[in-house]
Design a protein around this ligand. Structure first.
Ligand code: TXA
Ligand code: MG
Length: 372
């Protein structure tokens, strides 16, 4: 049974943005479009609003939030001292080297899908950072997100606007589906241009560590700064276990239906691998394919497994990674609401560009559930 949707989806204009900003000033939470995924936004310095974010999402408070800022009004570049003036970052805890790297990254990738984890000022509520000494900051590129932050007059904490552990929303309708029974306002900024969450990067004097792969590929970061970016596995010793990369909880982005990643692309699946999937004759399955022709892929899968392909989504006919990322969550969501009893996804190669982030989301979506 669907819960009662009370949220209003607002077309963005000066009046609706001001209405949402007013709600934020009163400590309410609001659905906000960004170029990555929709966020559930609240006043980053107001513990009441932060509590509402966690409660609305049913998110455990050990998983810290990303604080969103708008570009400086005067058109100047974002700097550490500017973030310090906003009362977010404690620049004194950064070495000159780390500060230089952070500013280079901000100049290159802000506004855009890069989140930087930086030493926090004491005034940033512990709720926003789960008690860590650092705060995650991002400057979204979406004009409506920027307009909302400016109208509110303060930075906005915003996790993805989904119930905890579920598929992130990439449209205003998705937000209504996830949280429409518990929030009042959703600004409709259209479908998300990137479709995957931001890349989260931790900065220290000795290393840059990618805590979450996302909308900006590691190779792009490395090219911009001319230094290697480490992966959490190799750097995990430096991070507090369990909390330094809390977004990396195993089961995340999960559909309600069981999803498994295939050992190989459908075109290359061997009969033995197909048999090992253990499908009953005519069992209704849904397929998530990266590229190719939907009819051909569905036919091959049926012939190999004996199952019936009730639904298939081809993320990008030509295999373009940007297009695959953009379509991923919406396609998963659509398969999840269809008639299939089990879902299968093609594996995505991790070695280039957005491939790493796409493979990461697929892996988490098919991981064993933490809870039913
Ligand atoms: O694209 C995005 O980043 C979206 C949109 C709405 O901006 N937001 C988003 O937020 O994905 P969320 O809450 O779903 O993910 C935030 C993740 C945490 O799970 C954690 O991995 C990381 O950011 N994070 C936040 N604060 C951190 C900190 N102080 N240290 C390390 N990681 C942190
Ligand atoms: Mg999320």
């Amino acid at each position: 049974m669907s819960p009662v949707v009370r949220a209003e989806i607002l077309t963005p204009n000066a009046a609706s943005i001001e209405r949402a900003a007013r709600a934020l000033r009163q400590g309410q939470v609001v659905g906000m479009p960004t170029e990555t995924v929709y966020g559930l936004a609240g006043h980053a310095f107001d513990p009441v609003a932060l509590t509402r974010i966690f409660e609305t999402k049913e998110r455990p408070t050990f998983d810290p939030l990303i604080v969103h800022v708008a570009p400086p009004e005067n058109g100047a570049a974002a700097t550490i001292s500017w973030l310090q003036q906003l009362d977010l970052v404690d620049g004194t805890q950064l070495t000159a080297h780390a500060r230089g790297l952070a500013e280079k990254l901000m100049t290159h990738f802000w506004p855009g899908p890069l989140t930087l984890v930086l030493p926090k000022r004491a005034g940033v509520p512990d709720l926003a950072t789960s008690g860590l000494g650092t705060v995650a900051i991002r400057m979204p590129r979406h004009p409506i997100a920027q307009a909302l932050i400016r109208a509110a007059g303060f930075p906005l904490a915003a996790p993805s606007a989904n119930r905890f552990g579920r598929i992130s929303p990439t449209s205003a309708q998705d937000v209504a589906h996830e949280l429409g029974d518990r929030i009042d306002l959703i600004l409709d900024g259209g479908p998300c241009e990137v479709g995957l969450e931001s890349t989260v990067l931790a900065l220290s004097d000795v290393a840059l560590t990618q805590l979450r792969p996302g909308g900006i590929a590691r190779q792009e970061l490395e090219a911009a700064i001319g230094a290697p970016v480490e992966l959490p596995a190799s750097a995990s010793a430096a991070l507090a276990p369990g909390i330094a990369a809390p977004g990396m909880i195993e089961s995340h982005y999960a559909p309600a239906k069981p999803l498994a990643t295939l050992p190989r692309r459908i075109a290359e699946l061997t009969p033995a691998e197909a048999t090992a999937l253990g499908l009953a004759p005519q069992e209704a399955v849904g397929l998530l394919a990266l590229s190719g022709n939907a009819d051909q892929l569905a036919r091959r899968f049926s012939e190999l497994t004996g199952a019936r392909v009730g639904d298939i989504k081809v993320l990008s006919p030509s295999g373009d990674l940007g297009e695959i990322a953009r379509a991923l969550f919406a396609s998963l969501r659509s398969l999840d609401s269809g008639s299939a009893t089990r879902l299968f996804a093609e594996p995505c190669p991790v070695d280039s560009g957005l491939g790493h982030a796409i493979a990461d989301r697929l892996k988490r979506a098919s991981a064993k559930r933490m809870h039913a």
